[in-house]
Ligand binder design. Structure first.
Ligand SMILES: Nc1ncnc2c1ncn2[C@@H]1O[C@H](COP(=O)(O)OP(=O)(O)OP(=O)(O)O)[C@@H](O)[C@H]1O
Ligand SMILES: [Mg+2]
Length: 284
């Protein structure tokens, strides 16, 4: 279904008035009723996200977040046709956290670029938490490391005191969920509320994933192959607290900081700004 989503005429007109004409459209991703294009014009580049079917309410919520969240993800335009809900935001130029950690993953050596990127990401999340917001869906692909700083993307599930969680939210990428949040979701608590401490766990797990290419817990004893684990299955296993941590050979000084942070109970977990300091010290 999602392959058939077309760029609405009104979105093209909005992009042309922002970027100049002509705008070249590159398809970036198309998943679960949600399509992202990069639009490149003579004076600016934009991201256009369009949702249809199950993707439409999800895109609507991202629009609501963009309207309310100060200083992040500025909304250039948004709209709705009978079939499609869409929004346009600035395109952020730079590698994702996953991209920045490529050398660490493949050579097993830490790099100054990866250390700086990890610290910047932690400080960006700390800033967000200080503003009373949580992103709700941190992942290695959801932070762009630009020349002028971190830009988080895919804000659909962000919350604050003034914007309560959506009832269709299921906690974000299951493998990166804090165990206490996985347990709450499994127990049926709705809506799913991501606390700053749970998000800091996901931030740590995001860095672990980026540095190692593995998930924080080793599922092999519980499931024959990682691919056989469903989202609910992963949540149940993480909530059980019975999974062994994954072992990985990359960058031992930093991985040990991440491992200790992930093993701490929520009340003793380092905050995002603590994590920035711990990583900066460990990676000297
Ligand atoms: N503003 C942006 N600047 C740069 N890249 C972007 C931007 N928005 C989206 N992207 C790129 O498009 C990809 C998909 O965007 P996004 O995560 O918002 O869509 P999605 O439909 O929620 O995807 P998924 O469900 O896989 O998370 C991102 O991983 C990123 O590579
Ligand atoms: Mg996404």
């Amino acid at each position: 279904m999602s392959e058939e989503i077309r760029i609405p005429d009104e979105a093209v007109a909005s992009a042309e008035s922002h970027c100049g004409r002509p705008v070249r459209w590159d398809l970036i991703s198309s998943r679960r009723g949600s399509v992202v294009w990069k639009g490149v014009g003579p004076s600016a580049s934009v991201a256009l996200k369009a949702g249809q079917g199950d993707g439409a309410p999800i895109t609507s919520r991202e629009i609501t977040v963009a309207e309310r969240l100060p200083g992040h993800s500025p909304l250039i335009a948004s709209g709705r046709t009978e079939a499609t809900t869409w929004l346009i935001t600035p395109w952020h130029h730079g590698p994702s956290t996953w991209d920045v950690f490529h050398t660490v993953r493949t050579t097993h050596q830490g790099t100054q670029e990866a250390r700086d990127a990890a610290v910047d990401l932690c400080l960006a999340v700390a800033d967000l938490h200080r503003q009373g917001w949580v992103h709700g869906d941190l992942q290695p692909d959801h932070a762009i490391h630009t020349r002028t700083g971190i830009q988080l993307i895919d804000w659909t599930w962000a919350t604050s005191r003034a914007l309560t969680p959506s009832r269709i939210f299921r906690g974000g990428l299951p493998h990166l969920l804090a165990p206490e949040l996985a347990a709450e979701i499994k127990a049926g608590h709705r809506p799913v509320k991501v606390t700053p401490a749970a998000e800091t766990y996901t931030l740590t797990a995001t860095l672990w994933r980026s540095a190692t290419g593995t998930w924080p817990f080793d599922y092999t004893a519980a499931c024959k192959t990682e691919g056989s684990i469903t989202g609910p299955g992963a949540r149940q296993l993480i909530a059980s607290g019975q999974l062994p941590p994954t072992l990985a050979p990359q960058w031992p000084a930093v991985l040990s900081v991440l491992r200790i942070a992930m093993a701490a109970p929520p009340e003793a977990r380092p905050s995002a700004s603590d994590l920035a300091l711990l990583i900066a010290d460990a990676a000297q």
